[in-house]
Design a protein around this ligand. Structure first.
Ligand SMILES: *Cc1c(COP(=O)(O)O)cnc(C)c1O
Length: 367
């Protein structure tokens, strides 16, 4: 009996993109193989963490790296590391008044909710959030004017979740950090480039293991020493509640290797896979399907399906697609314009056929 039957779980087709609520992404057979070896072997855990980190750093050409349980854990532990600076009293007492240098400055427009808030993860690490600028603007001077003897680090979020306009660039943040000799932490959780920001001069860059890298539930922090070592030390402090298992340490390492070798799927490949799907959708009466590029201009292509000629709304269609098994999740951002989008990065040919079948069925039922 498979787990779907055993626990009476809904089967899900994820045409919405990389969503934490659906389990983010699927891992490759190679990753599963290394997870199996990890799960069925013993290791000296600190050895495993240090050596996989060093291996990843070598592949990326960075000074060091370390695997953590999630990007969120990476944020909390990076902040704790930079406040404690390897101090062993701090390790067990990260919120003690003895440590007064704990202000973390970030652009106000970067303090976003990605499922939880950037602010809460900084606070969990013992940081005091200091927002620079306004919701819709942050200039380098607005960051600099907040730097004082209590500043522990600067923080920047590279994400489509943040305010994009009138925000200082990563390069500008790097020059402020260098000028004031402060470490700069970058939350690049969903970003695809694993080396660019490090090369631009960021001290610690944090990635989510399950997003672009398509690894298991995990996170990655790449960056400089002694910071990485201080993060690893957190496993004996607040990092213990964010422990990652050996199977996922090995799974993520393998996923990074595969990601660096094969990269993510190209837009051209997505277009080729989308063409028969679009054709099948257009064969349905009153449905108009086209291929569109990602709104932010990334090399991602999706099926845009216009339902304005139908009797019922895009909202009804979205709800009907989610109902029953398989439950189909789509991109809903344009539903008020009568449009739904399908992101096929995690959808194979058989699943696309199932989507078309379900689509047809829903339309028949509502005639
Ligand atoms: C997804 C995301 C995170 C959190 O990643 P997890 O690995 O799920 O903890 C943090 N910051 C941003 C900007 C994200 O998009």
């Amino acid at each position: 009996m498979d787990v779907f039957e055993k626990y009476n779980l809904n089967r899900v087709i994820n045409a919405s993109g990389k969503m934490t609520i659906l389990g983010v992404s699927k891992v490759s057979d190679g990753v599963v193989l290394d997870q199996k070896i990890g799960g069925q072997s013993f290791f000296e855990m600190s050895d495993l963490i240090e050596k996989t980190g060093a291996y990843i750093a070598e592949k990326l050409g960075t000074e060091n790296a370390t695997i953590v349980s999630s990007a969120s854990a990476g944020i909390a532990q990076s902040i704790a590391a930079l406040i404690g600076e390897g101090d062993h009293y701090h390790l067990m007492h990260p919120y003690s008044d003895k440590f007064t240098k704990r202000e973390i400055i970030l652009p106000k427009g970067h303090n976003v909710n990605y499922g939880t808030s950037v602010e809460l993860m900084i606070q969990q690490g013992g940081g005091v959030v200091v927002e620079a600028g306004y919701a819709n603007e942050c200039h380098p001077e607005q960051v600099e004017m907040l730097i004082n003897e209590k500043t522990a680090a600067l923080f920047y979020v590279k994400s489509h979740h943040t305010v994009q306009k009138s925000m200082l660039s990563i390069e500008e943040m790097v020059s402020i950090a260098k000028k004031h000799q402060l470490p700069l932490v970058l939350d690049a959780a969903a970003e695809e480039d694993l080396v660019k920001y490090y090369q631009q001069g960021v001290d610690l860059a944090i990635y989510s293991g399950g997003k672009a890298i398509e690894g298991p539930s995990s996170g990655l922090v790449i960056g400089k020493d002694p910071y990485i070592g201080w993060i690893q030390l957190q496993s004996k402090g607040l990092g213990r509640s964010m422990k990652i298992g050996k199977e996922n340490i090995l799974g993520l390492t393998r996923a990074i290797e595969e990601y660096l070798t094969y990269g993510s799927e190209s837009g051209q490949s997505m277009i080729e896979r989308l063409e028969p799907f679009i054709e099948q959708l257009n064969a349905i009466d009153d449905v108009v399907a086209t291929i569109v590029q990602d709104g932010a201009g990334r090399d991602i292509y999706r099926a845009k399906v216009d339902l304005n000629n139908l009797e019922f709304s895009a909202f009804d269609m979205i709800a009907a697609l989610k109902k029953g098994s398989p439950s189909v999740y789509t991109r809903e951002y344009q539903a008020n314009n009568g449009i739904i989008e399908f992101d096929i990065r995690s959808v194979n040919k058989d699943e696309m056929d199932e989507i078309v079948k379900k689509f047809n069925h829903i339309i028949e039922e509502n005639k």
